[in-house]
Design a binder for this molecule. Structure first.
Ligand code: C5P
Length: 416
């Protein structure tokens, strides 16, 4: 654990302010000196006496109190770390603009300490282009953004915007204190604030009420990607087609069945995403006709011809769209045994699809599907190998995510 340091906790006016009490308490119990700076709005959600009792220090709000001791800069100058939790959309906007119209704004501007913020707001506000741009600005300045999580919001609705759990925020902040250089690459949370859409599983294309054309994808690799991305702090939407394994906790699950359903779900989610990873095995063709009643053997005879029509190529469509997510990753499962020939197929595919990265793996009767491990190379859009991995699907997932982290903060966003 780090030695006792001075942590300023900024509390702003959202319903999650009550959870700030647990954050303050955890820092105090870890032996740190904690000073709470609350906005007026925050004190409508949580009482000043509570924050004072838990922090064991006076709580400051007013810019015009303590003027003689130049409090508006003194608190910021004394801080080793500033944590704003919850951070409302309004506070995020003010921070991005560098506004200092209250004590918290002054404190942050007057400080050179690392800044951690934990956004909390409704999904619509989090997805609003203004908030997206403000979060991007803060991230580019090195602010560590923890969450938001996906889950039950204040009302009946569920979505991205819920403040990350206090334990996660505290762990992220303390990791930063222990390693001052970790401002950008906060251990374990290097995808914090990123919105990632992952498709997983295999689509099913119905022929009649009881039969479908499907494939052997179990969804394990996509689920491992979702699990790893969520663990690294991303907001994850998992578009799931017939998974054979349970989805991870903490992701926004969107179940689908056919390629067209998968397309609709991925495109809707991609509109506000930074990253899309197409790990699903999408049927290239669907039956031209979906029969209302079960097809009878006697009507078909000894051979049965089936007309198929082409499904849209969802990955290629996303890559062509304007605007489009900053990073688009495709998968290519090839049965070609020769590694050089397989690589060449991958190179052609990345060029054809127009995606930023392509994860190439070999599949066969006993390889790739329903197994616990995988063996991949990641190609960039020029066809160069940028990473390779072999091991559990979770470790492979982390190697793929490393490439996305190294691709850096997106320099454009669908909402830009
Ligand atoms: O062309 P192929 O099916 O090999 O490409 C595989 C990649 O393209 C995967 O990322 C898959 O999710 C995606 N794909 C798609 N739409 C299709 C077929 C595949 O997005 N109709």
């Amino acid at each position: 654990m780090s030695s006792a340091r001075t942590i300023v906790v900024g509390v702003t006016g959202g319903i999650a302010a009550y959870k700030a009490v647990n954050i303050v308490r955890a820092f105090v119990l870890a032996g740190h000196s904690v000073h709470v700076v609350a906005t007026e709005a925050a004190l409508r959600f949580v009482g000043k006496p509570t924050l004072e009792a838990i922090s064991r220090n006076p709580v400051h709000t007013d810019l015009y109190e303590g003027v003689a001791e130049v409090r508006h800069v003194a608190i910021g100058q004394s801080a080793d770390l500033i944590v704003v939790a919850p951070a409302t959309a309004n506070t995020i906007a003010k921070l991005a603009a560098g506004l200092a119209d209250d004590l918290l704004g002054n404190t942050i501007l007057a400080s050179t300490a690392p800044l951690v913020i934990a956004p909390a707001m409704h999904t619509e506000m989090w997805n609003n282009p203004a908030t997206v741009a403000n979060v991007k600005t803060l991230r580019e300045r090195g602010v560590v953004i923890v969450g938001p999580g996906v889950g039950q919001l204040t009302g009946a609705d569920i979505g991205a915007g819920r403040m990350e759990e206090p334990d996660t925020i505290v762990a992220a902040a303390l990791a930063l204190l222990d390693d001052g250089s970790a401002r950008q690459d906060l251990a374990g949370q290097d995808l914090a604030g990123r919105r990632i859409v992952i498709s997983a599983g295999g689509t099913r294309e119905p022929l009649d009420p009881v039969r479908y054309l499907g494939n052997r994808s179990s969804g394990r690799q996509g689920v491992a990607l979702a699990e790893a991305a969520a663990a690294r702090g991303a907001s994850v939407i998992l578009v799931a087609a017939h998974l054979e394994v349970p989805p991870p906790a903490g992701v926004d699950l969107r179940p689908v069945s056919t390629a067209l359903e998968l397309q609709a779900a991925v495109e809707a989610a991609a509109a506000t995403a930074d990253v899309v990873i197409m790990a699903a095995a999408v049927a290239d063709y669907r039956p031209a006709e979906r029969r209302a009643d079960k097809i009878k053997k006697d009507e078909a005879g000894d051979t049965f011809r089936l007309d198929l029509v082409k499904n849209p190529d969802i990955l290629a469509g996303l890559a062509r769209a304007v605007p489009r997510p900053a990073v688009i990753v495709g998968f290519a499962a090839e049965t070609e045994a020769d590694p050089a020939a397989r690589l060449e197929l991958g190179r052609q595919k990345v060029a054809r699809k127009g995606c930023d990265y392509l994860v190439l793996n070999r599949v066969g009767w006993s390889q790739g599907f329903a197994t616990e491990s995988n063996d991949i190379v990641v190609l960039d859009r020029r066809g160069d190998i940028v990473n390779e991995a072999s091991g559990t699907k979770l470790s492979v997932a982390n190697c793929i995510l490393d490439v996305i982290v190294q691709a850096g903060t997106p320099d454009h966003h669908p909402s830009d």
